[in-house]
Design a binder for this molecule. Structure first.
Ligand SMILES: [Zn+2]
Length: 230
């Protein structure tokens, strides 16, 4: 019928309009407006390295990965709390997680991370790292997940999408990564290499407060989208 055809057409136009508006307003705002996470969702935020293990070091500024990881983790925690998540940090200061008496500090530290994740009964784990490579050309953020984890992949891609959409140089596709923190439990887990300390420009950018806030907000958006469509 003609009336139905017109209605169908009007509906299509309306839907296209809504999709366009959603794209313009931005995905975070839409998620915020349509769904907020359940208060009981628990996120473990894992600041990589710590103590004697400083991780990668920026050549220009001398900034250590462990201090940046902590800064990003604390910022992300603040944002996640604002959105109603329960947040557990694996470390909240510059001390290492290993036992001072451990002969194998790396093993001791990793075991501690696993214990915290299990003890938290986490819904998701987000581990924060900074990258480094022999070529100073490499830059951009990359999200990793465990090979056998479909939920981990879903979370990783959701965060990667958000970063790719909002930040220059961010990779498009999340990758499988063979990291202890991703493999140590069945909890959907991701490891974010936020950027390269071996790229002088990115090394400075990663230390800018505005960039740190924006980055963590983009990560939060990815997490929100994961839970919204879970
Ligand atoms: Zn690292």
């Amino acid at each position: 019928m003609k009336i139905w055809t017109i209605r169908k057409h009007t509906l299509c136009v309306l839907l296209v309009g809504i999709i366009l508006i959603c794209s313009i307003v931005g995905v975070c705002y839409v998620v915020k407006a349509t769904s907020s996470p359940k208060a009981q969702y628990t996120i473990v935020i894992d600041a990589g390295h710590g103590g004697k293990d400083g991780g990668a070091v920026g050549k220009t500024s001398g900034v250590t990965e462990s201090e940046l990881n902590l800064k990003y983790s604390l910022l992300l925690k603040k944002l996640c709390l604002e959105y109603g998540f329960r947040v557990i940090l694996t470390r909240s200061d510059m001390n290492g997680l290993y036992s001072p008496f451990a002969t194998n500090k790396k093993k001791s530290e990793m075991e501690k991370r696993r214990q915290i994740i299990e003890g938290a009964k986490a819904d998701v784990v987000v581990s924060i790292h900074m990258n480094s490579f022999s070529s100073s050309q490499s830059r951009g953020s990359q999200v990793f997940y465990a090979d056998n984890s479909s939920q981990g992949q879903k979370l990783a891609q959701s965060v990667q999408d958000s970063l790719h959409k909002n930040l220059d140089y961010a990779q498009k596709t999340a990758k499988v990564g063979d990291y202890f923190v991703l493999n140590c439990t069945d909890t959907p887990s991701i490891l974010i290499e936020c950027g390269f300390l071996s790229n002088p420009e990115e090394e400075m950018l990663l230390q800018e407060e505005d960039y740190q806030n924006k980055f963590c907000y983009d990560v939060l958006c990815g997490i929100l989208l994961y839970f919204a469509f879970d």
